[in-house]
Each structure stands twice: as C-alpha cells, then as structure tokens.
Design a protein around this ligand. Structure first.
Ligand code: AMP
Ligand code: GLY
Length: 443
C-alpha cells in the first residue's frame, strides 16, 4: 500500500526561489513554482524576455561563472532553493559548489551529471546494472571505429561521447555515412566532446520521455511525455531540440510503466547508490519502446525541453515542495501529484532556418490568447531598446494548452498559435498525430 503523504509543509521557507537557465524549460518551471502562495519571488539567471511576463518573476543579470558574485547575489536575495535547469552548469559542478556553500539545490552534482555528459560512461553504467539499452562499442580512435563499422552485421548509430548541444548523434544510412560521421567527430567537430566515440546498434520503436524526481534514494515519477524531435511533418527532416510534445503519453500503459520501473528506473537509482552518487534532481529517461521491450536511448540530468513546458501546467500548486524535498533528501516516494484528468499539448514555433542558420530580431505580435489553460513559454526572445518583443533564438516560443482530451487540446493549441505572428515563423501542424483521433480525417 503506497502512503500518499502530504507534500506541503508550512515550516519550510520557500519565499525566494532561483532558477538558472534561459529557455522555455526554465520559464515553465518558474510559472509552476510561482503558483504556490508561499513563494514570493522567483528569480531567473538569466531568463529571457518571456520571464518578465510571469507572475512574481524577476531576472538577475550576472555571470554564473563568477562564483563569488553569484554567492553574494544569492545571499542578498535570501534564496531558499536553487534549481539548475541546463546540463552545462551541472556538468561544470555548479550544484556541487552551491551545496558546499550551504544552499539547497535541485540538480545533481557533477558525478550524477555524468549520466548525460559522458555517453560512454552512461552505457557502461547501464551495462553494469543490467539495464536494457542498445549494444555499444566505446572507441578511442578512427582506426578502432573503422574496424567495428566494417565488421558490423547490424546498422550502427554514431555518437560523440560528450555534450554537443543535441547535435552529436548521427543516424547513418550506410557504412560509408557511418565512417564519415566517426571521422568528423574524431576530426574535432565537437572539440573535446568527440575525443571518444560511442557506436551503438540502431534500434527501432516509438520514443517516450520519463522523468523521475530523485532525492538521492527515493523518487517519484512525473506524467510521461512524447517529444517530436524531427523538424518536419511526418517525423521527417533533421533532428531538433524538440518541435512539440504532449503529456501523458498513452503509449505507456500502467503495465508498461511498471516494467520500466522494474527494469530501468529502480536499477538506475540502485546503481547510483552503489556508486555513492547522491543524485538530487531529475533524471530524464529517453526511452525507445522496441519489440523486445523498453530500452534506454539516453539519460539526461535535467528536464526535457519542450517536455517540461508540457508537463508543468499539469502540476499542482505544491510542485515546489517536491523540488525542495529532493534537494533535502526528504522524499517519501509516496507523494502524489494531483494532475487531475487533463492532458497537455505543446507546439514549438521556430525561426525560419532552424536548426541550421536563422535570423533573429523580428518583432513578435501576440494577439488574443485564451485566458485559461493556455500558456506561452518563451525559449528565445529578447526586448528591443523600445521594449518590443523580438525573436532571439532558433526555438522562439511554445504555446501550451490543457484540456479534457487530445483532440480538444490540440485544436485549442493550434487556434491560439494563429494569434502569434513573427516573420519566418515555422511550426509543425502534426504535433500529437499519434493521439489525435481527428487527425487522419483532417489530413
Ligand atoms: P540522443 O541525443 O542520444 O537522444 O539521440 C538523438 C536521437 O537519435 C534519439 O532521440 C533517437 O531518435 C536517435 N537515436 C539515438 N540512439 C539511437 C539508437 N541506438 N538507435 C536508433 N536511434 C537512436
Ligand atoms: N526534448 C529533448 C531534450 O530536451 O533533450
């Protein structure tokens, strides 16, 4: 019997929260957190123009690499909890540093962030813990890579070991393309991130994102989500950071989630413990549901973007307490997130040309957006000198809506998206095609 203990506690001070990061993910976290009445202020370093439209939010202009200044600011603003959004500061040990300075931090230390910043380490980790994942070879030179590629009887995927802003994975269609990918990585295309290459067996199946909030020992799962990584409709074109998402993912039934828990999530937490890694943050399990069962494609040490924007509006007002409990090692594991029975849909609007070269600085006009169950989370926006909202990134913003079912929620999201205008706006019209019953009739 699961003990659904209350997740709020009036004795905890959570007046001032700091979120590090500048994307839509961080804006959606800020939006979810400010809904709690105990929270007086949510600071973002650096945030973006969209952060300023969120209730209680304020941006702080400071370089997080200037550690002394950072601590000074955190003390000055009496920060009760720090949430580190992106992987790079986590990989650089920001959470370790802030914990040593006695701040409460949601986000793993550098040892835990290794799940994301070294693909070969993560593969060996999974191998040791018997966690289902694609077969792999860790290679240190082009010569080694050539031998494996030439002798392989199965199609391979080529990955730079380190962080490469989501661009370090190649899905070649031939041995020749495979060799070229390995060569370009070893030739320094991703700098040191490509000193080691991981060759992986190519596996097949739909992908889902599962998020576990961990306190070091215990964890709870957020609603599942499905991202759309390809740029174009019908899941064609180059990989992007994500063009849209929905939550929960009906593909994951209760039974399949039980299996994922048993075969993947619990063994991951156990293996972290075995290695004395006190992981306090979110683990993002990028899974592929293959014919032989769920397999881990990748771990990330942060929330997914745009999955986070999609999931946050489903959280209840006590979400911030969960993050605080993780930071303190205080989860019971039985906390219940009241997500009601709504579903959530997110569509990302990008600049023309993304994920390659694109222009920025176009004026964004936002018309009449539904007042309820509809949010805009900016990913790449800034202000002009006279205060106009401008495009300032590849992924510019996402529109996120909640409703009773996927047909209703996507109709609402696309209707509201029509109210957003900027030169070169691009988005996919088929986000959620997997779950929209009306979709095949309309198209
Ligand atoms: P990653 O950055 O590791 O998430 O990889 C980006 C995308 O490449 C994934 O979302 C998958 O679509 C694809 N991918 C990664 N690894 C494999 C694999 N072993 N087999 C097939 N596709 C893969
Ligand atoms: N949505 C994919 C990612 O955040 O990596």
């Amino acid at each position: 019997m699961v003990n659904h203990s209350p997740i709020s506690s009036s004795s905890i001070s959570l007046e001032n929260i700091l979120i590090i990061g500048n994307g839509g993910r961080e804006n959606s976290l800020a939006w979810a957190i400010q809904r709690n009445q105990l929270v007086k202020k949510v600071y973002l370093i650096p945030g973006n123009a969209g952060s300023e439209r969120i209730n209680k939010c304020e941006r702080i202009k400071i370089d997080i690499n200037n550690k002394n200044k950072l601590v000074e600011k955190l003390d000055f603003f009496k920060i009760d909890l720090v949430i580190v959004g992106p992987e790079i500061p986590l990989a650089n040990g920001l959470a370790d540093f802030l914990r040593k300075k006695n701040f409460k931090v949601f986000g793993p230390n550098k040892d835990g962030a290794r799940l994301e910043f070294s693909k070969s380490w993560a593969k060996e980790f999974m191998q040791d813990a018997n966690i289902p994942t694609a077969n792999f070879w860790k290679v240190n030179s082009l010569e080694e890579a050539k031998k494996i590629i030439n002798s392989s009887s199965v199609p391979l995927v080529v990955k730079a070991d380190g962080l490469a802003s989501g661009k370090g994975v190649f899905i070649p269609n031939s041995k020749d393309e495979c060799l070229k990918a390995a060569e370009s990585i070893f030739n320094g295309r991703f700098g040191n991130a490509g000193d080691v290459v991981v060759l992986e067996e190519k596996i097949q199946g739909p992908e889902v994102s599962v998020f576990a909030l961990c306190d070091g020992k215990k964890y709870i799962l957020l609603p599942t989500a499905q991202d759309h990584k390809r740029l174009n409709e019908k899941d064609k074109g180059p990989n992007t950071g994500g063009m849209g998402a929905y939550s929960p993912a009906p593909l994951l039934t209760e039974d399949s989630l039980d299996r994922i828990n048993k075969e993947i999530i619990k063994p991951t937490i156990n293996e972290l413990n075995k290695r004395n890694i006190d992981y306090r943050g979110v683990i993002y399990f990028g899974l592929m549901i293959t014919q032989s069962g769920p397999k881990v494609i990748e771990y990330n040490c942060r929330f997914g973007d745009p999955e986070c924007q999609t999931i946050m509006p489903l959280m209840d007002k006590n979400f911030v307490f969960l993050l605080e409990k993780c930071s303190m090692g205080n989860l019971t594991g039985g906390e219940k997130i009241d997500t009601s029975d709504r579903v959530s849909a997110c569509i990302v609007a990008t600049s023309k040309g993304y994920p390659y070269e694109y222009k920025t600085g176009f004026h964004i006009k936002i018309g009449n957006i539904d007042a309820n169950d509809c949010q805009i989370f900016d990913s790449g926006t800034s202000f002009s000198e006279n205060g106009q909202l401008l495009t300032d990134g590849g992924r510019v913003l996402s529109i996120v809506c909640q409703d009773k079912d996927f047909d209703m929620v996507f109709e609402k999201a696309y209707k509201n998206l029509k109210e957003i205008h900027f030169e070169g706006i691009y988005f996919r019209n088929d986000i959620g095609h997997q779950v929209r019953k009306n979709f095949s009739k309309e198209n």
